[in-house]
Design a protein around this ligand. Structure first.
Ligand SMILES: CC(C)(COP(=O)(O)OP(=O)(O)OC[C@H]1O[C@@H](n2cnc3c(N)ncnc32)[C@H](O)[C@@H]1OP(=O)(O)O)[C@@H](O)C(=O)NCCC(=O)NCCS
Length: 176
């Protein structure tokens, strides 16, 4: 089985961050689980921003403490996915965003990477003392729904998010 590692991004991934961002924006116009990557063309700025969101003293307005991970394929050091853990809720996250957001690079999808990335991230959450996590997905996002269910997600409710004009399903995953 391929070796994939969940790790914190650092400057050695500069070119990979640039290409992940470009590929995602070109394919979809947005990037999930990226901690604001779409707003930062220069990886150094994204890395610095992410670092600031890890500490309460340096949070941006409206942000809660969070940890950004990249999912890296060992054989070619390719970033195949991004996953972002929100350690607390604000009103929006509690209802719509949940604790964890993620994406897999468009050219690397349907290889089982999302399921593995979420499993590795849940292990991190558990080690960090989190007892359960909320993950949400649009009702029409079959890939994400299956990723959540494969990792023990238990359906809780469906809500309408007016700003997105979308119905979102909410799932809890128990970590204890
Ligand atoms: C959703 C996403 C993360 C799935 O990534 P992935 O690496 O392709 O997923 P996996 O290969 O691990 O597949 C997980 C399951 O979903 C299924 N799946 C994946 N993409 C699918 C699709 N487009 N349609 C239907 N099923 C899909 C797989 O067959 C697999 O199902 P199984 O467990 O029954 O075999 C990826 O499509 C993505 O990044 N989408 C855009 C961002 C996004 O939607 N993020 C989640 C926000 S809630």
């Amino acid at each position: 089985m391929e070796i994939l590692t969940l790790m914190r991004p650092d400057p050695s991934f500069r070119e990979e961050i640039i290409s992940y961002r470009a590929e995602s924006l070109e394919a979809e116009g947005y990037i999930n689980g990226a901690g604001g990557m779409d707003r930062f063309p220069d990886p150094a700025d994204w890395l610095e921003f992410g670092q600031r969101q890890t500490r309460r003293e340096t949070l941006s307005p409206g942000w809660v403490p969070s940890t950004q991970f990249i999912y890296v394929r060992d054989s070619d050091r390719r970033i195949v996915g991004l996953i972002h853990v929100r350690h607390e809720f604000n009103q929006d996250l509690e209802r719509y965003g949940g604790n964890i957001g993620y994406s897999v690079r468009p050219s690397e999808r349907k290889k089982g990477y999302a399921k593995r990335m979420l499993a590795d991230c849940l292990a991190f959450c558990k080690e960090s003392g989190q007892e359960r996590v909320l993950i949400t997905c649009r009702t029409d996002n079959e890939g994400s729904r299956r990723t959540i269910l494969a990792n023990g997600g238990v359906y809780q409710s469906t809500v309408y998010k007016p700003e997105a004009g979308a119905m979102l399903q909410r799932y809890w995953i128990e970590l204890t």
